[in-house]
Write a protein that binds this ligand. Structure first.
Ligand code: ITT
Length: 192
């Protein structure tokens, strides 16, 4: 079956398709000819995920899901949070990571988590799924894989950053994997 994923982020689409497997074909916004700038003005991940799917569902009437995710750093009172993509005022991840590292400075308290909230519209009903992975922020970037804040995040119980892991390793444990795993289990039980 086909589901539209309300994202413009090709990395996320690849990660999600790998997690849900071949039983579902995940279509991008481009695949359905949507180039709209979908509003994302909430102050929680849940509000933003809901905004994305409300928009798509009301415009196209398609089964769809959307997520909002980001990095929450305890010592920065949960920042960058919903502002993760544009923390420095731009989408430039070099600048966003630099800003996180400079705000943390030498602070020894570096615990953080990645969080994903998914909103799903299936048969006109809305559902939510959440995934969280705890870890900590290191002092310098390590690794070339992944995207976003992956080079500075080490998940609890590991000694590698997300950017030092293979996609398969990251996809087994990530916040998105946890939330998408819940979504996939739900679809298996509820979708035709
Ligand atoms: P869409 O809104 O188009 O889906 P986005 O890049 O804004 O794409 P999110 O809102 O889900 O994606 O995530 C916001 C930011 O949080 C994202 O740009 C990254 O900087 C960061 N982020 C989210 N998931 C991440 C991950 O798995 N690894 C590293 N950084 C991540």
């Amino acid at each position: 079956m086909e589901l539209v994923f309300a994202t413009n982020n090709a990395h996320k689409l690849e990660e999600v398709q790998a997690i849900v497997g071949n039983r579902f074909t995940i279509k991008s916004l481009a695949d359905i000819g949507c180039s709209d700038d979908i509003p994302e003005t909430g102050v929680t991940f849940e509000e933003n995920a809901k905004q994305k799917t409300d928009y798509l569902f009301h415009k196209y009437g398609l089964d769809c899901f959307g997520d909002d995710s980001g990095l929450e750093i305890d010592a920065l009172n949960g920042e960058p949070g919903v502002y993760s993509a544009r923390y420095s005022g731009s989408r430039d991840m070099e600048r966003n990571i630099d800003l996180v590292l400079s705000r943390l400075g030498d602070n020894p308290g570096r615990t953080a988590c990645f969080r994903t909230v998914i909103s799903l519209f299936l048969n006109k009903q809305q559902y939510f799924f959440e995934g969280v992975i705890e870890g900590h922020i290191i002092h310098e970037r390590r690794g070339a894989g992944g995207f976003g804040y992956d080079p500075i995040f080490i998940p609890a119980g590991y000694d590698k950053t997300f950017a030092e892991m293979t996609p398969e390793e990251k996809n087994k444990i990530s916040h998105r994997a946890i939330a998408v795993g819940k979504l996939a289990a739900f679809l298996k039980d509820n979708a035709d």
